[in-house]
Ligand binder design. Sequence first.
Ligand code: FES
Length: 178
Amino acid sequence: MIKGPFWNGTLGLKNIYKIKNSKCLIVARGIGQAPMIPVLKHLHSNNNEVIVVLDNSPYSNSFVNEYLEKYASKIIQCNTIANGRITEKFDEILKDLISNNDISLIHCDAADVLNYELMKIVEDIDKSIKYSCCNNAKMCCGEGVCGCCTRINNDLKLRRLCKMQTEPKYVLEGRRMF
Ligand code: FES
C-alpha cells in the first residue's frame, strides 16, 4: 500500500509562503532535487528570483533540468559536502552569493547533515535571512499516532515530524548527525 502525501515535507513553510518579490537561494543535493520542485515553483509564482546551487551527487546528471530552465534565474553546479563538512568551494560560492545579492530566503533540500551545516553558516553570516529545508523524517501513519517520525534532541522534547510544522532549527539543533 502506498500512503501519502503527508503534506509536511518542508520545515519552515511559513518562511516560503511569506517571501514575495525577493531574491532566494535553493540548495539541492542528489534526490533532494525532487522535493525542491514545489518550493521552486511556489517561490517563482510569488515573483521571486531564484538562484539554485545544484549538487548532483551521487547521480551523474540532474533529473530536473526542465524545471530549472523554467523557474530558476541562475544555476550553479557544485559539490556541496564532503566528509560531513561543507566544501571550501561551496562555502566560497555561498558567501559570494549572500554578499552580492540581497538574499531573503535560503532553502535546502539535502540530507540533514547538509541542512544543518548550511543553517549554521547562514545564521553566522546574516540572521535576518529566512531558512527552510526538507523534512527528512521517515513517516508511517502520518497522523501523529504511530511514533515512527518522532525525534528527541538534547532538550528531551518529543517532536512528531508528520504533524508538527516548525522551524528547521527546532528539529536540527541538538540532534546527533553522525
Ligand atoms: S508518521 Fe506516525 S506519528 Fe508521524
